[in-house]
Ligand binder design. Structure first.
Ligand code: ISE
Length: 337
């Protein structure tokens, strides 16, 4: 039996995931779509081959009993109520990042799920499913290059969405490096500092872009992130890890190296959908397989979503104050250990 999935929120990510679940992922059907915008919902249902029932209220879809699992791709500030309802109904839900809008509500989600004693939420940190990310993690795990000392990360978007803010550069973009650091090192982040410098004129005057985000982990691994959301040339996520006995690099230029018309070069991915397409596919196929096998989701958890939210909050405080801000998480429930 294929998993019957309803996708809540049919914007950019929702539509991308509907297409993925419909055409690429085995064992799942999108049989429901939910959006407050009726036109968008109807268009999204067509992406699912018109097998999907259209809803405008996520809570009605959750209460219907017609779905085995949900995918939540509304803007982050709308996640909390839907997640709480899904926990209440004990249905598995894949939640695109961020888990919720802030650390306090994310902590409430963690505590509610922990109280059930059962994992139902998986958070969409897709980079953990990127082949390069997984390979780099291998060196952290096997210790063959000695201890990890530093991580240098670059995260470049061609342009930022309208109304993007300095805070969103952290909440929406650097959140991936925050999760990446936690994934690679298996440690929590303990402090964050933010440096602003000369702003690119391409950032339209409202953003201090690029910025440097400096972090430290529990074992004192130092991390620096260049976040540059109006880098113009294309999309790039590059990570270099420095170990005692070597340096490992992922996310460099990939694909065909072409010589033509007296020049050499290759193509840069235009956006994260292309750069992480394979990661998204792996992430969703794994999630579907796990649920179909009757197991609890084992990808990034509500705790990972909460820890990232706490780091983002510290990051924005660091941005505002210019000071180094400590991250405090509190107790980690046994469910996530
Ligand atoms: C976006 O929301 C993402 O999640 C992308 O992975 C990231 O590169 C981008 O900066 C964000 O705006």
């Amino acid at each position: 039996e294929n998993l019957r999935i309803a996708v809540i929120g049919t914007g950019r990510m929702g539509s991308d995931h509907i297409k993925r679940l419909t055409h690429t992922i085995a064992g799942a059907d999108v049989t429901g779509v939910v959006d407050i915008d009726a036109g968008r919902a109807t268009a999204a249902a067509a992406l699912a081959g018109d097998h999907a029932k259209v809803w405008n209220d996520p809570h009605a879809a959750l209460a219907s009993g017609e779905y085995d699992a949900f995918v939540l791709t509304t803007p982050g500030m709308l996640h909390y109520d839907v997640l709480m309802d899904a926990l209440d109904k004990r249905v598995p839900i894949f939640c695109e990042k961020p888990l919720t809008a802030d650390a306090a509500t994310a902590r409430e989600i963690v505590d509610a799920e922990a109280a059930l004693g059962q994992r139902l939420i998986q958070v969409g940190f897709m980079r953990r499913f990127d082949a390069g990310y997984q390979r780099l993690r291998g060196w952290f795990e096997d210790g063959s290059l000695g201890a990890a000392l530093m991580l240098h990360c670059r995260h470049r978007n061609p342009t930022s969405p309208p109304n993007f803010t300095d805070a969103l550069m952290i909440y929406d973009s650097v959140v991936h490096e925050i999760d990446g650091v936690r994934y690679f090192t298996g440690e929590e982040i303990t402090e964050i500092t933010v440096r602003r410098g000369r702003a690119s004129r391409g950032a339209g005057g409202q953003l201090s872009d690029p910025q440097q985000i400096l972090m430290r982990t529990e074992s004192d691994v130092l991390v620096d992130v260049e976040i540059f959301v109006n880098a113009a040339f294309g999309y790039q996520v590059h990570t270099e890890a420095v170990f005692e006995q070597g340096v490992v690099d992922i996310g460099g230029d990939e694909g065909a190296y072409v010589r033509t018309a007296g020049r050499w070069g290759g193509a840069v991915t235009p956006g994260f959908e292309q750069r992480f397409a394979a990661a998204f596919d792996t992430e969703f196929q794994g999630w579907v397989n796990t649920l179909r096998a009757g197991r609890a989701p084992d990808g990034p958890s509500a705790w990972d979503g909460y820890a990232a939210a706490a780091c983002c909050e510290a990051g924005v405080a660091a941005q505002d104050s210019g000071e180094t801000v400590a991250v405090t998480l509190g107790d980690k429930p046994a469910l996530y250990r």
